[in-house]
Design a protein around this ligand. Structure first.
Ligand code: PSU
Ligand code: MN
Length: 317
């Protein structure tokens, strides 16, 4: 269907491999590029981006890393694209509302969860994997800092697999927001909502499911019921790679004060807080980061595969 609908004004460049997979009804998983430019340092960023793509393949799906270059939305960045993004300083973080501007300028940008979902949906992708999503920030009662990732979940029909969100955010408020906006949250083989570095945020998850086929059915039902947006599927970090929750909490609380003093706010805050946690936990957070990215990518690959199978079985050739 998508090839018959003219997407005239959107400069979308879908890689050969991704296009073929979609045409054949095979599973594809979208990935963001902001984590390459802003989440990790070179050369870990590039190495990790490849490991994440490999993990999607292990799950049985085709990876599609998303970014913006020459005013085009890239869906399925090549190894050369990833290397360029990973080594070029100053590539801006581009969220949903920045997309039209960067496309009009013919520019380049690293996509966040939100803007990656926009591109993924346009290309016909149904799955996306990320380590941690943006959410409601601590102190949002006065700063009103709520990531557009959450808004985009209500708009893009893409299932998002993640390890929850970092406790740099207000996780209870993030869950409240998702409930208010009718975004289903399913935790894979866990009773708790995870907190990125930590197996549990201490908050119960709204729903638990233990097998991929049931989750694939729930995703399909969400859309069959007319759900206009996505769902969140969480998987916690492996226990052996986790960092103690009290330790992360203490660091974040200190970093929040630092940010206040230095006047860091808005879209620079996420990176500032993440760097503070990285510094305070030394090598452990980088290791945890990789573990989370790879784990969620692999699960997203498996879920996308289960979902593609579910669709094939329902729609006879
Ligand atoms: N949380 C993480 N790691 C990240 C981000 C969030 O644990 O890399 C990035 C993602 O790209 C996410 C974005 O989409 O930050 C959210 O930024 P903001 O809060 O400014 O919307
Ligand atoms: Mn923000």
């Amino acid at each position: 269907m998508s090839s018959l609908v003219p997407r005239s004004e959107v400069p979308l460049r879908v890689s050969e491999e991704v296009r073929t997979a979609l045409e054949e009804g095979r599973a594809v998983v979208a990935l963001e590029s902001n984590v390459i430019t802003h989440g990790l340092e070179y050369p870990h960023n590039v190495a990790t981006a490849h490991q994440v793509e490999d993990a999607v393949r292990e799950g049985g799906a085709v990876p599609a890393t998303i970014g913006v270059e020459d005013g085009q939305l890239l869906v399925g960045m090549s190894a050369a694209d990833i290397e360029r993004f990973g080594t070029t300083p100053g590539i801006p973080k581009v969220s949903s509302r920045d997309l039209p501007i960067i496309l009009a300028h013919g520019g380049r940008g690293a996509t966040t969860v939100a803007s990656s979902l926009v591109a993924a949906e346009l290309a016909g992708l149904r799955f996306f994997a990320s380590a941690g999503i943006g959410g409601v920030h601590r102190g949002a009662e006065s700063s009103m800092d709520i990531s557009s990732d959450l808004i985009q979940f209500t708009r893009s029909k893409v299932a998002v697999v993640c390890a929850g969100a970092k406790s740099i955010l207000d996780l209870p408020l993030t869950l409240e927001f998702l409930e208010t906006h009718c975004v289903p949250v399913i935790s894979f083989r866990s009773d708790d909502f995870p907190a990125f570095y930590c197996v549990s945020s201490g908050l119960p998850s709204p729903h638990r499911m233990d097998d991929e086929a049931t989750i694939a059915r729930a995703i399909e039902q969400h859309w069959a019921l007319g759900g206009p947006g996505g769902l969140l599927v969480t998987q916690p970090i492996r226990a052996e790679d986790a960092i103690d929750a009290r330790e992360v909490d203490a660091v974040v609380t200190r970093a929040m004060l630092g940010a206040q003093k230095e006047g860091i706010r808005g879209n620079a805050l996420t990176k500032y807080l993440m760097r503070a946690v990285d510094k305070a936990t030394e090598g452990r957070s980088a290791k945890a980061n990789m573990s989370v990215l790879i784990g969620t990518a692999r699960l997203a690959g498996r879920l996308a595969t289960a979902h593609a199978r579910h669709r094939r079985e329902r729609i006879p050739h």
